[in-house]
Design a protein around this ligand. Structure first.
Ligand SMILES: Cc1cc2nc3c(=O)[nH]c(=O)nc-3n(C[C@H](O)[C@H](O)[C@H](O)COP(=O)(O)OP(=O)(O)OC[C@H]3O[C@@H](n4cnc5c(N)ncnc54)[C@H](O)[C@@H]3O)c2cc1C
Length: 412
């Protein structure tokens, strides 16, 4: 028979991926009695935060409300880099390319205008001259900003968890949270360590003799479970109109002209195609060997199209196949100085809200429960600011980080 042990802490962070690792670090930095739990070893490749690089953009095409959050996030990445003495991010600029009326270009232009961000507009000829790694056609324009760059996802998670532990946080890895038990005075987290990965950077959940399950009582529970949020809080997911977990594929292509993809003078990019596809890519971050691209929103039809393919996060996305390779190779033809046959592919998960904007803040009904989820495929760049905001809310109930537009109670 399974025995259940009881455990009490001030704050529990459930899920130590992009958002949870940053939250844990901020809470530990302030001396809070905090426990972080992850089913795997933080920095793993089973969720939404692997694949070596994520784009940072400030002139935000998805909405002007994100600009102050991106600015706050850059400060957070710089601080994490300094404190951990690790390169977690790098500025290399970003360029949005597409028809001038595409959301990619016009959305970024609107953010730049409203927030008076330094940027440059490019004609097709200027784009081709400045960024020879891109094939540009005559109806395409560009918007460049210096405040774009890259964050290194696995490195940033590991750095934040390491710093959190150094500052006194407890971390249980290979430990799965089975449920959150709402309680008006003190929410509880039901944990078992029976499944999950082998032990990693943290401890396994203490088993207290025969006990293989724990109930943790906490003043505050922060749920940053990524693609597992809908199964951990199914009522909430329904109430918010549904959270869809979708498959995406990343591809790396060999570089034949390293100078055209050198991060010293090549920015990250997002491109809009005439069929509505928005895709993105990076300069070469491995010394001129490969570049990575991916599809954010697919407007094409036919084999390998990445649109709405649902994933059970416990099973994981279907492995990448020849159709995925072909789809991404078609997009890679819009780049120069690469071999358009991918040398490597991997899959990952998006967790989509109904409006594709984030969920950051208190659970609409359960006191003591905070959420950071539904990042809809564009959340990583903000994780350092989201972590600070969730730590503020856990500790003092308010925050100056500009997360108000993303409060979960705006939906449903
Ligand atoms: C292919 C791809 C490309 C992307 N590109 C960009 C980009 O360029 N720029 C950008 O800003 N964003 C990008 N994103 C989005 C960004 O990566 C995600 O928004 C972000 O990683 C989500 O972080 P998260 O903390 O919500 O989830 P995760 O980082 O996946 O963390 C969730 C964690 O919770 C743990 N967990 C879940 N359930 C439990 C449980 N029951 N018990 C214990 N632990 C649990 C998991 O093990 C995991 O570690 C991209 C996403 C993908 C998939």
């Amino acid at each position: 028979m399974t025995a259940t042990a009881e455990y009490t802490v001030d704050t529990v962070v459930v899920g130590l991926g992009a958002m949870g690792a940053q939250t844990l670090w901020r809470l530990a930095q302030r001396g809070v009695d905090v426990l972080g739990i992850d089913a795997f070893d933080p920095g793993h490749a089973h969720g939404s935060s692997h694949g070596e690089s994520r784009i940072i953009r400030t002139a935000y095409l998805e909405g002007t409300a994100y600009v102050p959050l991106a600015q706050a996030a850059w400060k957070g990445w710089d601080e994490l880099g300094r404190e951990s003495e690790t390169q977690v991010a790098r500025r290399c600029g970003s360029v949005m390319i597409g028809p001038p009326d595409s959301r990619v270009v016009s959305g970024a232009a609107e953010s730049a205008r409203q927030h008076e961000l330094a940027h440059r507009r490019y004609t097709p000829a200027q784009l081709s001259a400045e960024f020879p790694g891109h094939v540009v056609v005559k109806n395409e324009e560009g918007l460049y900003e210096g405040d774009g760059g890259v964050v290194f996802p696995e490195t940033a998670i590991r750095a934040a968890v390491r710093l959190a532990q150094y500052n006194g946080a407890r971390v249980w890895t290979g430990t799965r949270v089975r449920g959150i038990i709402p309680d008006a005075s003190q929410p509880r987290v039901w944990v078992t360590d029976r499944e999950g990965s082998a032990a990693g950077t943290g401890d396994r959940a203490p088993t207290d003799g025969a006990a293989r399950e724990q109930t943790i009582r906490a003043r505050c529970v922060v749920v940053t479970a990524g693609a597992w949020l809908p199964q951990l809080l199914p009522d909430l997911a329904r109430r918010l109109g549904g959270l869809g977990v979708e498959r995406r594929v990343l591809a790396w292509f060999p570089v034949t002209e390293p100078d055209w993809h050198d991060p010293e003078h090549t920015p990250v990019f997002v491109r809009a195609e005439s069929d509505g596809t928005a895709w993105y890519g990076f300069p070469s971050l491995d010394g001129g060997r490969t570049v990575k691209i991916g599809v954010h929103a697919d407007g094409a039809s036919g084999p390998g199209v990445q649109r709405g393919e649902r994933v059970d996060p416990d099973i994981g996305p279907r492995p990448a196949d020849a159709a995925d390779a072909q789809r991404l190779a078609r997009l890679a033809e819009r780049l120069r100085g690469i071999d358009p046959t991918p040398s490597r592919l991997t899959t990952c998960m998006y967790t989509m809200t109904q409006d594709q904007h984030f969920l950051i803040g208190p659970h609409p009904r359960v006191p003591g429960l905070l959420l950071g989820g539904g990042f809809s495929g564009h959340g990583y760049k903000f994780a350092s600011a989201v972590g600070r905001a969730l730590a503020d809310l856990a500790q003092q109930g308010t925050t100056t980080v500009p997360i108000h537009p993303f409060r979960p109670d705006r939906l449903g």
